[in-house]
Design a protein around this ligand. Structure first.
Ligand SMILES: Nc1ncnc2c1ncn2[C@@H]1O[C@H](COP(=O)(O)OP(=O)(O)O)[C@@H](O)[C@H]1O
Ligand SMILES: [Mg+2]
Length: 214
């Protein structure tokens, strides 16, 4: 054990020495930007590598496809829990479920992170559905295009890793989402309970990972 400690200390000394040799500086801001980019998610998941979660998945899938979820208003389901608990993974399992794919005309996956910018999100939703980049710049034509796509269609939208708790931003996005057909649903994953419990002015439900609350 003493030898292991000695080796570890020597390694740390060598790293510290390299730091000064290469004139490396600690810089929190740059690290934070890189971390955000690394956190970008997609709807793809390798199901064979995911353990457990069958119960949670079944609960959400049955809510999404059952008649009970055919509300006039947009339904919002929040999956809440601390980072790394498997919120994104659970949303991916639900998104790719056969019955869910059958129940919805359109599905879109958007990684929100801490940038709840309505223009960026509208564009990202369009791109997720169309599978190609969209070069519209202004919000109005972007939102009109989204409305044109959603009108009369039952859609499922995943907003992954939402930090925003501000109603005005949510309302701005919701205007374009409300044109979907009955049963259209948004799944929000978030670390913040206040985001999960936000009043989305529709049919709200929330799963705190491990426990059903409402
Ligand atoms: N049920 C599971 N079985 C195996 N690996 C899992 C499971 N849930 C999550 N993971 C893995 O754990 C890591 C964190 O999961 P993630 O869904 O990104 O958490 P969160 O979105 O809550 O931060 C990922 O690498 C993911 O693949
Ligand atoms: Mg996540």
């Amino acid at each position: 054990m003493a030898r292991k400690f000695k080796n570890a200390r020597e390694k740390l000394d060598a790293i510290a020495e390299e730091k000064s040799k290469f004139h490396l500086r600690e810089c929190v801001a740059e690290a934070a930007i890189e971390w955000n980019e690394d956190r970008q998610t997609s709807s793809l998941v390798k199901e064979s590598e995911i353990l457990g979660r069958a119960d949670e998945k079944k609960k959400i899938v049955s809510m999404l496809v059952s008649n009970a979820s055919h509300h006039d208003d947009l339904s919002v389901y929040a999956i809440c829990g601390m980072g790394g608990l498997g919120k994104t993974t659970l949303a991916q399992l639900v998104y790719n479920d056969k019955n869910v794919a059958k129940a919805f005309d359109l599905r879109a996956w958007v990684c929100v992170s801490d940038d709840f910018d309505i223009k960026r999100l509208t564009k990202a939703i369009l791109e997720s559905i169309e599978g190609k980049s969209c070069d519209i710049q202004e919000l109005d034509p972007l939102q009109r295009r989204l409305v044109g796509m959603f009108v009369g269609k039952r859609f499922l939208l995943v907003l992954d890793d939402v930090w925003n708790e501000y109603h005005d931003k949510w309302d701005g996005l919701k205007q374009a989402l409300q044109c979907g057909a009955r049963g259209s649903t948004v799944i929000v994953t978030t670390r913040l309970e206040k985001v999960a419990l936000m009043n989305y002015d529709g049919y709200n439900s929330f799963l705190s990972l491990g426990m059903f609350v409402r």
